[in-house]
Ligand binder design. Sequence first.
Ligand code: ZN
Length: 246
Amino acid sequence: MRIAALSDVHANLEALAAVLEHVATAAVDAIVCLGDFVGYGPDPNACVERLQAPLRASVSGNHDLAALGARSIEDFNLFAQEAIVWTQRALHDDARAFLTALPPHAELDGLFLVHGSPRKPPDEYIMDTRIARANFAAAPFRIALVGHTHRPAVFEESNNRVRRGVLADIPLSLSAGSRYIINVGSVGQPRDGDPRAAYLIVDTAPAAGAATATLFRVAYPFKETQRKMEAAGLPVPLIERLALGR
Ligand code: ZN
């Protein structure tokens, strides 16, 4: 099964549209979303509406919970808090109902799907091998797909060792004897220095050989998103970072 995994769309409709257009040419069997549909960006309702139908599975992110008032925003930075308050006002009932129904984790074709980490689904950032190791120990998944950090990465556990690696646009072979945590990056607010939208395709059973994971980067008209954010009165640093990928 070829599965396109999107995460951290953050109400960025231009980035989402560009990614969905790219996915449409990639012959996938399913699309999944790892949470943070909203927060930061200017199009929360349109993004939920656009994704709702094509999604086979999805999970809840910390910004989705915050936008519903189901989570405190005290640990968010001030700009993120401002954007959440704006989003709470902007959300329509149907988008709110969709976000409310999202589970904390999901599974599709052997892939464990979660926003932050397997042991603390919406909140934990897996930034290093120490935290990755603790998560491999905490749950029995073989391949987990995560988002939340907005930085693509792969953690591999084999023979009791955990290594961190980068993902590229050439397929990474996933060894049958290893376990993986793969961060798919962010569609709507990349933070790895590359402003292009990121998403991942996992092929769980290619015609020959082991499963593969391939990261894609898609350019989108971020100036249009910035213009909308400005018109909405969203915080300037959130507008500026889209151009930087930071
Ligand atoms: Zn996020």
